[in-house]
Design a protein around this ligand. Sequence first.
Ligand SMILES: Cc1ncc(COP(=O)(O)O)c(C=O)c1O
Length: 365
Amino acid sequence: MTNLLDKPAPKPGILDIAPYVGGKSKIDGVAEPIKLSSNENALGASAHAVEAFVDAQAKLFRYPDGHANLLRAAVSEYHGLEPDRLVFGNGSDEVFSLLNQVYLEAGDNIVTGEHGFLAYRISALACQAAVKLAPEPELRIEIEELLKLVDERTKLVYLSNPANPTGTWNTPEELAELRARLDPRILLVIDEAYAEFVDEPTWKSAFDMARDSENVIVTRTFSKIHGLAGLRIGFGYCPKAVIEAIERIRLPFNINLPAQYAGVAALSDRFHVEASRQQVLNWHPRFLQEVRALGFTIHKSAGNFVLIHFKDEAQAEAANAYIMSQGLIVRHVANYGLPQCLRVTIGKDDENRAFLDALARFAKK
Ligand SMILES: Cc1ncc(COP(=O)(O)O)c(C=O)c1O
């Protein structure tokens, strides 16, 4: 007889991690739902990127360049960043995971905002580190609250700027203060996944701050503005010592070959970047105006999404169910600690119209 305990057991803590639940993509009985649940690019990928992806088929039997040199050169030129300070990941998710693996031992911790992006937390827990969540009283990261949680076992502080799902942002002055008050042995990771959609005079990329720093990392992704979420490309702009450590554990072919070609082509298509940005910026004020007119709360958001606040969790759930019954998928963000809210990605014109009309019908029910 086999003893039930005689089987492989995951290390302590693994089965306590709640599996990540992504945005839904199906509604039973609806052939083609309108998907506004994962902050993907409303306009899709650039035609140049799609062409490069298709052309890559002739080379599929080859391993990709393990150093992603063409992509590295293109990113370096596009953003004005030193090529040897870039690390590429299978999405920026992988960059967070690599950082956690390099810096976290069991018993260490990371600090982030209470409504912060879930990907930072998963791999930290897998390293048997603790996750400390700082209150966000105005749904916004407060530097003081982050600093209160930092202790001698803190190895990384994560914040997204602008933040998902709240859509709030921190000013360069706040980030400079955080950096100045943080022990220089702690890494400050600033996730700028939504940078290109920001149109706020009080927001600035932290690339400049990271340039002359030994403990600041800025991450970006090709999943949002470049519409390549399915190909998985992200990168971190890091101090050289961080790159040297990460390069020892990064798997050599983590950026696949079609992704490298499509990524380069995406960067060359400035028209698509600008059109994607304008699509979002044009719709933001319309969402604010129409959602408020229906009596729901919505604040200005700095990403390609908006967060709509309902009276309570029950109303948010009812709105979510009704919107889904109308063939649209949005995101109920209860797992981000916001059970009374729905997050809606800004889509194409007809998709946004369909959502706002469905919400108006819900409000009249
Ligand atoms: C704040 C934030 N950071 C990072 C990502 C993930 O990006 P990637 O697709 O590059 O892993 C997302 C995706 O939704 C996000 O919202």
